[in-house]
Design a protein around this ligand. Structure first.
Ligand SMILES: [Zn+2]
Length: 126
């Protein structure tokens, strides 16, 4: 069942594709910075330790980016399948305001808050 007009779906698709491009550019920048730091810091063992903790942080960022990229691809697939905007938990339509703010979301606000209270993470923003 299609919730949105083709025009609205096109708008969400552009939003998602822009986010995807920005993420890829951001990920590329992080790798380049890491390589530059790598060359500068290898002489001193203390600096090397600091580089290693920094690179661990960067790897986590890339892991988070990779997961978000997967979510973006899934959201684009849902647009193609014309099921975009449907809550995967209860099947209700997710509000357009929520989708505009976070187009990769797959849960309506009610199911999301229920999930958050189950996970007991009050600061978790999904
Ligand atoms: Zn729901």
């Amino acid at each position: 069942m299609a919730y949105f007009t083709d025009e609205q779906l096109g708008m969400f698709r552009r939003l998602l594709e822009t986010q995807k491009e920005e993420l890829i550019q951001e990920a590329g920048r992080t790798v380049n910075e890491m390589m530059a730091e790598h060359e500068d810091h290898f002489a001193d063992p203390a600096d090397r330790a600091s580089w290693e903790s920094q690179s661990t942080r960067d790897l986590r960022i890339r892991d988070r980016e990779r997961k978000l990229l997967e979510k973006i691809d899934e959201a684009i697939q849902r647009i193609d399948d014309k099921v975009f905007g449907e809550c995967e938990e209860c099947g209700e339509m997710i509000s357009i305001g929520r989708l505009k703010a976070r187009p990769v979301t797959t849960l309506c606000i009610n199911c999301k808050s229920e999930q958050e209270s189950k996970e007991n993470k009050p600061n978790y923003k999904g």
